[in-house]
Design a protein around this ligand. Structure first.
Ligand SMILES: Cc1cc2nc3c(=O)[nH]c(=O)nc-3n(C[C@H](O)[C@H](O)[C@H](O)COP(=O)(O)OP(=O)(O)OC[C@H]3O[C@@H](n4cnc5c(N)ncnc54)[C@H](O)[C@@H]3O)c2cc1C
Length: 480
């Protein structure tokens, strides 16, 4: 039998004490969504079921007790740390869910400069860990735009990626080991070793689980030496994305490892580079970092490749370094953007996909053309490629629209989901992946079966094996 809301709250209070069980209605309402339906918080119109409580977890033992209680009574739980999710992973799909908030588990446990790894609890903001590492001349190499606000647990749970990924990789390349709690309260630790061939890599059951399999309590990531004095920036303007993708491809397949390698289309370039780029210019840019000799060789190699494309015009590297120094989004920028939306009813959204070199330009062209022709009230549709690999790259669609003729609570169904649908269709049609780094959340579940194809049974089996009672973040990754 399902517990009443009062019984859920009483059960949680017994575990963590009343002070750590939040039932204030304003907090619960705000916690029923994330950035996927951010307009509901901006305009104060809420449509999702109300959670029963936000419970502050302060130790692995308490997480285990909460998950034991939830599993026994079939209470849906939603793990949370930094609360910067963009795809509905924090959205309550069913009434009386419990949000397990790990943000108070915020201790850096060790910076091990000899073995080049750092261990942190799930609620440590990445910026805090990075700042501590830099005090010792080290870096995590991880720099998502949300670095000031996202926490280690969520960054691992979403399989996040940062701006320097072309050199350091995504979080999956950085995680050495971790601790996680599974439904029923089973605490598991994956030890920290440089590599092992002892069967499947079980870190990948946890990395990217989006709170749908387990709660991550502790993470150990690699550290790298930090040489900011050697950072070198390069930029060019050019007239078409196809050439931009081709330059990125040549740089990657030649074996160079710039930390940043990007190409912006004219619409997106206009948001950042209008002080030097013409309205129809694309912008190609790179950053090389690391030991001086490597930086020099990387920059020279990139210059030589771009020289083979005479349509590229070099720009002052100062423009690129200035752009680079203002990349991250802390609470101030997020509040400013919310205020802009409140005043203008003009909404900015993004959707990121990945695909091989041979089809990325076709996906970009086809999806962009359809967004402009099929979706009303678009004020800008563009994007950039920002994470490249030897065999392909990502495309980060960036688009704006005015909300016209509907309430803010209908924005997702009238505009956002149809645009995501176009991007997913054009990507799947050409064999790409519908999610490069934000996670599936609840937003992209309509396309998840097609994304996985015949391997969908592996995902379903994992879910059933680890969460047989279906209490972990219902409706996330796997549709309800
Ligand atoms: C302005 C802005 C910029 C962004 N830039 C980037 C970027 O550059 N790169 C990028 O990859 N992402 C980016 N994101 C998306 C977001 O920041 C990432 O997905 C981030 O990893 C989420 O971390 P978080 O701590 O905020 O997690 P939350 O928002 O708290 O949770 C995200 C998901 O992970 C689950 N989860 C959270 N904590 C745990 C845990 N301890 N155990 C198990 N599951 C958990 C949640 O249930 C949810 O499904 C951006 C978001 C914003 C708002």
């Amino acid at each position: 039998m399902h517990l009443s809301r009062e019984a859920i709250v009483a059960g949680l209070e017994q575990i963590v004490g009343p002070d750590d069980v939040i039932t204030d209605e304003a907090v619960l309402t705000q916690s029923s969504i994330d950035n996927f339906r951010k307009l509901e918080n901006i305009f104060g119109v809420h449509t999702r079921p109300l959670p029963a409580a936000v419970v502050m977890a302060r130790s692995t033992e308490k997480v285990a007790e909460i998950l034991r209680f939830a599993d026994e009574h079939r209470v849906n739980v939603i793990p949370r740390t930094g609360a910067t999710a963009t795809e509905g992973g924090l959205e309550s799909a069913v009434a009386d869910s419990v949000i397990i908030d790990g943000s108070a588990m915020n201790q850096i446990l060790e910076i091990d400069a000899y073995n080049m790894q750092a261990s942190a609890q799930c609620g440590v903001p990445l910026q805090v860990l990075e700042d501590r590492a830099r005090e010792q001349g080290l870096t995590t190499g991880h720099s998502p735009q949300s670095k000031p606000v996202a926490h280690m647990g969520g960054l691992v749970a979403t399989r996040s990626i940062g701006q320097f990924s072309t050199l350091y990789g995504g979080i999956e390349d950085m995680v050495v080991g971790l601790e996680a709690v599974f439904p029923g309260g089973r605490v598991t630790r994956i030890k920290n070793v440089p590599r092992r061939a002892a069967g499947p890599d079980i870190r990948h059951v946890v990395i990217g689980n989006e709170g749908a399999l387990c709660f991550i309590t502790e993470v150990t990531v690699k550290l790298f030496p930090y040489f900011p004095e050697n950072n070198t920036f390069l930029g060019w303007t050019l007239k078409d994305m196809k050439t931009g993708f081709e330059v990125l491809r040549e740089v990657m397949v030649s074996g160079y490892k710039p930390s940043v390698a990007r190409v912006y289309d004219p619409g997106d370039a206009g948001l950042h580079f209008s002080h030097f780029a013409e309205a129809d210019d694309c912008v190609l840019l790179f950053m090389a970092e690391g030991p001086a000799g490597i930086v020099k060789a990387t920059a020279e190699g990139i210059e030589a490749i771009v020289a083979g494309h005479t349509e590229c015009t070099k720009v002052d590297s100062e423009y690129i370094s200035t752009w680079f120094n203002d990349l991250c989004w802390g609470p101030d920028k997020i509040t400013q953007e919310d205020e802009r939306i409140r005043q203008t009813h003009n909404v900015n959204r993004t959707t990121e996909i990945s695909a091989g070199w041979s089809c990325i330009n076709d996906i970009y062209q086809a999806a962009r053309a359809r967004i402009v022709s099929e979706i009303p009230d678009i004020t800008m549709a563009g994007g950039h490629s920002s994470h490249s690999y030897i065999n392909g790259t990502n495309m980060y669609f960036n688009y704006f629209y005015n909300i016209v003729g509907c309430g803010p609570e209908e924005e997702v169904t009238k505009y956002y989901l149809p645009i995501i649908g176009i991007i997913c269709e054009e990507t799947l049609r050409r064999g790409g992946s519908i999610v490069h780094h934000h996670g599936i959340g609840k937003a992209r579940t309509p396309w998840v079966k097609e994304e996985y194809g015949s391997s969908y049974c592996i995902l379903e089996t994992l879910k059933h094996a680890f969460d047989p009672n279906g209490i972990m973040n219902t409706g996330t990754i796997i549709p309800r």
